[in-house]
Design a protein around this ligand. Sequence first.
Ligand SMILES: CC(C)(COP(=O)(O)OP(=O)(O)OC[C@H]1O[C@@H](n2cnc3c(N)ncnc32)[C@H](O)[C@@H]1OP(=O)(O)O)[C@@H](O)C(=O)NCCC(=O)NCCS
Length: 173
Amino acid sequence: MTAIYARNPAAVSVRPARPDDVEAIRAIRNHAIEHSTALWTRTPQTAAQGVAWLAAHLERGSAFVAEAGGEVAGFAVYGPWRELDGYRHTVENSVYVREDRHGLGIGSALLTALIAAAREAGHHVMIAGIEAGNTPSIRLHERFGFQHAGTLPEVGTKFGRWLDLTLMRLPLS
Ligand SMILES: CC(C)(COP(=O)(O)OP(=O)(O)OC[C@H]1O[C@@H](n2cnc3c(N)ncnc32)[C@H](O)[C@@H]1OP(=O)(O)O)[C@@H](O)C(=O)NCCC(=O)NCCS
C-alpha cells in the first residue's frame, strides 16, 4: 500500500483496487452519472456490470482506490483508448473522487499512482477525455503535465444540451 500525503489532515492511502471495492466504486460512479456531465450517460451501472467492469481492470492491474478514514473516497482506472491493436500503447484514464471529499488532494494522489502504474506497464501515451466545462478535471490534468490536444464541439449530449469533449495527452515514455 502506498501512503500519499493529501491536503486534509488525515492521511490518504492509494492502493490497487480489490474485488470487494466494487460497490464503493459503483456508488461514486453512479453518483457522477446521475448528477454530472463527467460520464455521458444517464444509465446507472448495475451491480453485475460493476463487477464485470472492475474485473477487467483488476486483470490488467489498472484500477486504484484512495482510502480516507477507512472508506473508499475515490478511484482511478485506465484502459484501452481505442480497441484496434494499433492503439495498444495508448490508454485513457478516469479519476473520480467522492463529492464530499473534493479539493483535498485525493484526485492528485490517485492520478500519481495511476500514471506510475501505466508507465510501469510500458504504455506510451495517456489520454484524458474531459467535458470542456469540467474546470476542476482540466486543471488537475494540467498540473500533471497533460497538454491540450483539441476540443471536439458538440460530440455528446446530456441534460438537454450539447457537450464538447476536450482531449488532453500525457506522454508516458
Ligand atoms: C476532478 C476531480 C477528480 C479532482 O479531484 P480532487 O481530489 O478534488 O482534486 P485535488 O484536490 O487533488 O486537486 C488537484 C487540482 O485539481 C484542480 N481542482 C480541483 N478542484 C478544483 C475546482 N473546484 N476548481 C478548479 N480547479 C480545481 C486544481 O488545479 C487542484 O490543484 P490546486 O488546488 O493545487 O490548484 C474531482 O473534482 C472529481 O471527482 N470530480 C467529479 C468527477 C470528474 O469530473 N472526474 C473527471 C472526469 S474527466
